[in-house]
Ligand binder design. Structure first.
Ligand code: ADP
Ligand code: MG
Length: 317
């Protein structure tokens, strides 16, 4: 199968969305930006055996690649519109591309995000996805807005991504239920669009946790020129992590494991009542610390300094 047959069969679909004037197949796609909105745009590259196991199920690899990119739109408070896909593969193997395409379009339809173009080349397996979304001008959740005294929250549970990797490479033993839960969290991280939408009016800064809480909260601190304190004992963890990981693993994974794709965000104190209201109405957010003077992130376990054993993943560090 040549490149164009492959694109036509696996990546060209009839246009679904009225913001797409011309979709896959021409030199460019033509897109109509919804009136009065800002374009939010982000790209992520996933390299085989660096960001996902090369021998993983292609349907899940595709789902993960798109979810990871969508998570950046969610963290910005943007709504998804379109994405492009640059796929590099050693061989055009239909046995691999067919389930990959299925997993990709499944997630695309779950989040109403339309594939509008890309590039297909031969080489070591790598997936690059660029997502584009819409956000109200001046309403985006940027990293630079945190201020002294703001409280720090995270959505969902932390440490699941690192625990899942430990299950996938057989260094963590669990039961079937926990293994299923963790593997699903790894391959299908949920971009937190609904949570972001709810908390956006109350938050001063936000980021999605891809490299680990300390590393990513560190980006908020740097951009906002503040420091942060994390109360390690309050970090939210899933039953699977609490049951099968040691205490040291739990804390280190939650603080530095990465791959969680939850939101870390800051809330000024005069919005705390509003936050409590959101949590009462079902938002899965937990208070984990506060913004302080100074620089960088300090971790405290029951008031005493806690030293992390590993920091977030830094590809060229
Ligand atoms: P060109 O040579 O003009 O850059 P290509 O041959 O790279 O065009 O691609 C042909 C068309 O197919 C373009 O519309 C491009 O956006 C689309 N395309 C190529 N690869 C992919 C892919 N993996 N997913 C979606 N669209 C793709
Ligand atoms: Mg091209």
């Amino acid at each position: 199968m040549n490149e164009f047959e492959l694109i036509n069969r696996y990546f060209k679909r009839s246009v679904m969305c009225n913001t797409v004037a011309l979709g896959v197949g021409d030199d460019c796609s033509l897109l109509n930006m919804p009136a009065g909105k800002q374009l939010a745009i982000s790209v992520d590259t996933l390299v085989a055996d660096v960001h996902f196991p090369a021998n993983g199920d292609p349907q899940s690899i595709a789902a993960r690649a798109l979810c990871v990119s969508l998570s950046d739109l969610a963290a910005m408070g943007a709504e998804p519109l379109w994405f492009t896909l640059c796929l590099t593969m050693p061989v055009a193997d239909e046995q691999w591309v067919a389930p990959f395409s299925k997993g990709l379009f499944q997630v695309a339809s779950d989040y109403d995000c339309e594939l509008v173009g890309g590039d297909t080349t031969r080489g070591p397996l790598a997936i690059s996805i660029q997502v584009m979304g819409a956000v109200e001008p001046n309403k985006a959740l940027v990293r630079g807005g945190a201020e002294l005294g703001d409280m720090i929250f995270v959505t969902g549970t932390l440490g699941d991504g690192a625990a899942a990797l430990a299950v996938l490479n057989s260094t963590l033993k669990t039961d079937n239920e926990a293994s299923h839960y963790l593997t699903n969290r790894y391959y299908h991280p949920v971009p937190r669009f609904k949570a972001a939408h709810a908390l956006a009016p109350l938050a001063s800064a936000a980021i999605d946790i891809s490299d680990g809480l300390v590393a990513d909260l560190g980006h908020i601190c740097a951009a906002s020129q503040v420091g942060a304190e994390i109360y390690v004992e309050s970090l939210p963890m899933s039953p699977a992590v609490l049951k099968f990981a040691s205490n040291t693993q739990q804390y280190n994974w939650a603080l530095a494991g990465g791959d969680d794709y939850q939101l870390c965000f800051t809330v000024p104190r005069d919005h705390l009542v509003g936050m409590e209201g959101l949590i009462d109405r079902g938002l899965d957010a937990t208070l984990i610390g506060e913004i302080t003077h100074g620089q960088g992130v300090n971790c405290l376990l029951l008031g005493k300094p806690f030293t992390i054993q590993a920091t977030g993943y830094n590809h060229f560090g």
